[in-house]
Design a binder for this molecule. Structure first.
Ligand code: DON
Length: 315
């Protein structure tokens, strides 16, 4: 994909969005079903835009690590597609669920096959696939190394407190995993699969690191930071398609309408958004809306898409 010149006033745009949202910092509800996440200051806000020329434009708390939570599912999907190729899709679908991220309702009617890899059930199945041939510790190490490779940053780490906190309160994910295993959808024991799942959700990254890690998806599969081809152009396009249609759960349609970019949200308040041919964008604001997506994060991306004309549907 040929890179496009970024707007010359991109740093100003990023700073203006930060300033425009500042009076609202703290809006929304911080996730507390994972107790460790409730300790985060709701007024934090970071925004980083990594462009294909290798520059990063940032404002606010863009250098502060936060819990990436479900955003890990986009990196996990990339890793799993590299391992299994298109046969991954025999294990998990690629249709929007129209249901909450932790919903169980469709699983019974659909014989335990999750709708897509971004709802919790789907990510648990993808985690099980990545675990094949590895101990849980090795699988966690492989996922972390992959994220570090994408961001070209070996300081990225897992917040063990967050992983423990989620494990201690993870009844819903245990229910999903046991239910799927009863349909023969998981090869490994539930404890092992969820041990890996909770750890990749507990990776901590700053907006700067995350924007850099997502850049291969904006660059047709190739990261200008590392110079490596991570995936083929066709695979980057397809991952972006799943992010656009499924990355915000039952609010994916609203996000496409307002922002018009492939995106993946996490209950830590982060969103990774991809402007193909232009940039990878990470925003963090811990207050969530009713669907578990960052309230101000989506607003910031809506403003950015409008100012840059980067929506995939046109300016
Ligand atoms: O499994 C969970 O519930 C969390 N580790 C991740 C959920 C999440 O981030 C949903 N996204 N908005």
């Amino acid at each position: 994909m040929s890179p496009q010149e970024p707007p010359s006033d991109l740093q100003e745009i990023v700073e203006e969005i930060h300033a425009a949202l500042a009076p609202s910092f703290g809006a929304g509800t911080v996730a507390d079903y994972i107790p460790q996440l409730a300790h985060v200051d709701p007024k934090r806000f970071g925004l980083a835009v990594a462009t294909l020329d290798g520059a990063v434009h940032a404002a606010g708390d863009a250098a502060e690590p936060f819990s990436i939570q479900s955003i890990s599912k986009a990196f996990l999907l990339t890793l799993a597609l590299g391992r299994l190729g298109e046969s991954l899709w025999t294990h998990v679908g690629r249709e929007p669920s129209g249901s909450a991220f932790n919903s169980i309702v469709q699983l019974e009617a659909e014989h335990g096959r999750p709708r897509n890899p971004f709802i919790n059930a789907g990510a648990i199945v993808v985690t099980d696939l990545v675990l094949a041939g590895h101990s849980p510790r090795e699988a966690i190490g492989e996922i972390l190394r992959f994220v570090r490779f994408l961001a070209d940053d070996d300081t990225i780490a897992i917040d063990a407190e967050v992983a423990r906190s989620e494990l201690a309160t993870g009844d819903r994910n245990y229910a999903l995993a046991h239910f799927m295993r009863s349909f023969g959808r998981l090869e490994h024991e539930v404890d092992k699969v969820l041990g890996v799942y909770f750890h990749h959700c507990a990776i901590a990254m700053s907006c700067r690191q995350m924007a850099r890690a997502g850049l291969f998806l904006a660059g047709g599969g190739r990261s200008p930071i590392t110079g490596h081809s991570v995936v083929s152009p066709a695979r980057a396009r397809r991952i972006n398609a799943v992010m656009l249609t499924c990355g915000h759960y039952d609010a994916s349609g609203d996000f496409a309408y307002r922002v018009g970019l492939p995106g993946k949200s996490g209950v830590g308040g982060g969103i990774l958004a991809i402007a193909p041919g232009h940039a990878s964008i990470a925003v963090w604001s811990p207050g969530l809306d009713a669907n578990g997506n960052s309230l101000l994060g989506a607003r910031a991306l809506e403003m950015l898409a409008r100012r840059t004309g980067w929506s995939v549907f046109g300016a």
